[in-house]
Design a binder for this molecule. Structure first.
Ligand code: SF4
Ligand code: SF4
Ligand code: FES
Length: 326
């Protein structure tokens, strides 16, 4: 195995502890994570977990009773079986699962930081392990396993996030609880009905709308400065973590569009090539609930696994609407 064939240049524990400190310190040590506090937090957690793994292994080698088995309590409900939902416990040896990283990423991490990445992965690794080795009836969504598709969103220890980016908490003395996104209709286990969410996204017409044809019949041009205005907006993966963390959305999900759809509405209003900004804002403000149900509680921004700021986008839309009225 990679782990055994590569020489250890220093104590794994020390190296990963250094990496964890670097992740906390910030952008100069993890330049790729610049401006992404959620990703930096995940990097820090991952590095700390690797340190935990090294510590447990060292204790085991010394004959101690350290264990890598952790309890996961997972929400179960099957529409075909009568009965109420319940939490089912699974006991998983963390040292035997994940992470689901490609070989080049593992090798990069191994050589760059001199620590291995063959245990203690993300929560999605644990779910895959449970489904393949413990209980194949467990239902959850996933596809890309790298925070791009948005399909593995769920609530992990009370926080909405995507399971493929969330590092496993390696404290084996406490169980990790995994439940579906809150205030959504459950289809089965961790799978929720996203129909209303997608319908609301569709309602903001998330595509380029122009009145004039593109110059010379080609694409609509945009300067680098105009393109930069879309940073922090286009990265949304439609995971619905923000909308389902929003108290206003919980109680008004039929009428209030929610932070995800509104962030996309703002993305198209901000696009220099789009020529329907006025009509878009007009449509959002028809019926007070669509936009103005937002109370600026900012749970959406706090939970976004991509470090986006839907609350700020909504505030900008409101400002634009008020300025147009004035
Ligand atoms: S804004 Fe963030 S939390 Fe909301 S849908 Fe997009 S990526 Fe997910
Ligand atoms: S800022 Fe608005 S959209 Fe975001 S959680 Fe609060 S009420 Fe919901
Ligand atoms: S599997 Fe695609 S975001 Fe998690």
């Amino acid at each position: 195995m990679l782990r055994r064939t590569l020489p250890r240049l220093a104590s794994v524990k020390d190296r990963v502890a250094d990496a964890a400190k670097q992740a906390v310190k910030g952008d100069e040590h993890f330049p790729a994570l610049k401006g992404h506090p959620a990703a930096r937090e995940h990097a820090r957690e991952s590095a700390e977990n690797q340190a935990g793994l090294a510590a447990v292994e060292e204790e085991k080698e010394r004959g101690g009773r350290a264990s890598t088995v952790k309890e996961f309590q997972i929400y179960r409900w099957n529409p075909d079986s009568p009965g109420r939902p319940f939490l089912q416990s699974y006991f998983v040896d963390l040292g035997t699962c994940g992470p689901m990283l490609c070989l080049c990423t593992r090798t990069y991490v191994q050589f760059s930081f001199n620590f291995r990445l063959d245990g203690y992965g993300q929560v999605l690794d644990v779910l895959q392990k449970i489904k393949s080795d413990h209980d194949s009836t467990l239902a959850f969504r996933r596809s890309c396993r790298e925070g791009i598709c948005g399909s593995c969103s769920m609530t992990i220890d009370g926080v909405n996030t995507v399971a493929c980016l969330k590092p496993v908490d390696t404290d084996t003395s406490a169980a990790t609880m995994i439940t579906p996104l809150p205030h959504m209709y459950v289809v089965k286990d961790l799978v929720v009905d996203m129909s209303n969410f997608y319908q609301q996204y569709k309602s903001v017409e998330p595509w380029l709308k122009t009145k004039r044809p593109a110059a010379e019949g080609r694409e609509h041009a945009q300067s680098p400065a105009e393109r930069k205005k879309l940073d922090g907006l286009y990265e949304c993966i439609l995971c619905a973590c923000c909308s389902t963390a929003c108290p206003s959305y919980w109680w008004n999900s039929e009428d209030f569009l929610g932070p995800a759809a509104l962030l996309h509405a703002y993305r198209w209003v901000s696009d220099s090539r789009d020529e329907y900004g006025k009509e878009r804002i007009q449509a959002l403000s028809e019926g007070w609930d669509k936009l103005y149900r937002c109370r600026m509680i900012k749970s959406c921004t706090a939970t976004c696994p991509k470090s986006l700021d839907p609350a700020a986008a909504i505030a900008s839309l409101k400002t634009m609407h008020q300025l147009r009225k004035a």
